[in-house]
Design a protein around this ligand. Structure first.
Ligand code: ATP
Ligand code: MG
Length: 409
């Protein structure tokens, strides 16, 4: 059987509720086609954090096996999504003197200024996941995307730094490695989802990507083409289920079913009022509920999610900057009224994001549960087209790059 090499890219998304694997093949014309997928239910995570390693390993193995059979390929390295409430992000800045010949900015100067921007104080329990250049400033001239070859004496870089908890990242690596697979790169999930759902225009004008997952709502703001803010809210679509379960005293499975079938996040959208039968615990007779009553349970939570994200953008001064609106992904975006309530809170247009830019079996991965994996695939594809990287088995590569970062700062 062929193995994953330069021609294939594999994405692994470990969510709160399931593990998804996608296999992509780079075709003769350089296009990325999906040739396999696999999925397995996941019980070993809570809010994006692995809480049971064995269950995590089993789920990864199962999803990978399924994808291997479908793609006819032995998977030995993957791009893995990272999410969860341990993620922190910060903007930072680095400055260096230009050392290149004739004061022309060289590749080394660019590497040095990015290196310099990493020297911020990061608490010991955190480690760097991404250092993404937002813009370069060349002798005071800002807004430069690629300073290579420009003449200058002083080079500055404004970067967006994403960190994750060391222990969390280690658990993910252990989980994937114990399933017999190497990790090519850990990628923040909302950045991956952005790869396949946002247009270049949206990124330029300013856009908020919100991934309403099972346990968390992960989001990222893009402006002038680059990510400028990322954050995670420890509230997700699973909270709708627990709210229903608590208020109606109905088992979680029934609450989940009712949410998906009848749930609506905005009362003013509910027109018909067919009665909903709600099973109760302890063998009592089922309750009868109207759709309005159900929405009364869901709307405050939906508004809470939208408002908390909005307030965070206000806090960092980005609420007025998202001129092309909000793009929603993740299972929570499937609920009726979610788009509308986000539009109300943000006073901006919102739309649902679906994966684009993929060929092959791409129509079979249109559901929201595949967005993160599809984005990881595109992330890997773009990363591999930039540099021909050799996958490294195990922790070596990631651990090494973190170590060199912390040795310097
Ligand atoms: N039609 C729907 N209406 C309401 N909620 C839905 C719908 N479809 C899916 N969900 C909810 O979306 C959540 C799962 O979303 P998703 O698949 O994006 O999560 P995940 O990736 O496993 O979790 P996370 O990203 O938090 O780790 C579950 O809570 C599920 O009940
Ligand atoms: Mg997810």
């Amino acid at each position: 059987m062929p193995r994953t090499e330069d021609k294939y890219i594999v994405a692994l998304d470990i969510g709160t509720s399931k593990v998804c694997v996608l296999v992509g093949e780079i075709g003769d014309r350089g296009q990325l086609e999906i040739i396999g997928k696999g999925t397995a239910p996941m019980k070993g995570t809570r809010r994006g954090n692995i809480i049971n390693l064995d269950q995590g390993i089993d789920a990864v193995k199962k999803a990978v096996d399924e994808a291997e059979v479908m793609a006819g390929l032995q998977i030995d390295s993957v791009y893995v999504g990272v999410a969860g409430d341990h993620i922190r992000s910060v903007n930072s800045r680095g400055v260096v003197s230009v050392m290149g010949k004739h004061k022309e900015v060289s590749r080394e100067d660019i590497d040095r200024v990015i290196e310099a921007s990493k020297s911020i104080n990061i608490p010991g329990e955190l480690e760097l996941l991404h250092v993404i250049p937002r813009e370069f400033v060349v002798d005071g001239q800002d807004g430069i995307h690629d300073p290579l070859g420009m003449t200058a004496t002083r080079l500055e870089a404004n970067v967006h730094i994403v960190t994750g908890a060391r222990t969390h990242n280690q658990n993910i690596l252990t989980c994937v490695n114990r399933a017999g697979i190497a990790v090519q790169e850990l990628v923040l999930e909302q950045l991956a989802a952005a790869e396949c759902t946002l247009t270049q225009d949206e990124r330029e004008m300013g856009v908020l990507l919100m991934d309403i997952g099972g346990g968390t709502t992960d989001y990222a703001v893009f402006l002038e083409g680059n990510v400028v803010h990322t954050n995670v809210l420890p509230v997700g679509a699973g909270h709708f289920t627990s709210d229903i379960s608590v208020v109606l005293r109905t088992p979680m499975e029934d609450a989940e079913r009712i949410k998906k079938r009848y749930g609506c996040a905005l009362g003013s959208l509910v027109t018909e009022d067919d009665p909903i039968e709600v099973p109760t615990v302890g063998g009592r007779a089922p309750k009868i509920l109207s759709k309005h009553e159900l929405t009364n349970i869901l709307e405050p939570r939906a508004a809470e999610i939208a408002k908390l994200v909005y307030r965070d953008l206000e806090k960092v001064g980005l609420d007025k900057e998202i001129r092309s609106g909000v793009v929603l992904v993740g299972g929570g975006a499937e609920m009726d009224g979610m788009i509308e309530i986000v539009e109300q809170v943000f006073d901006q247009s919102a739309r649902k994001g679906t994966p684009r830019g993929l060929g092959g079996l791409s129509d079979t991965v249109n559901g929201p549960e595949w967005t993160a994996a599809a984005g990881l695939l595109l992330w890997g594809y773009r990363a591999q087209s930039k540099v021909k990287k050799q996958p490294v088995r195990g922790l070596a590569k990631v651990a090494q790059s973190f170590r060199s970062l912390f040795a310097g700062g």
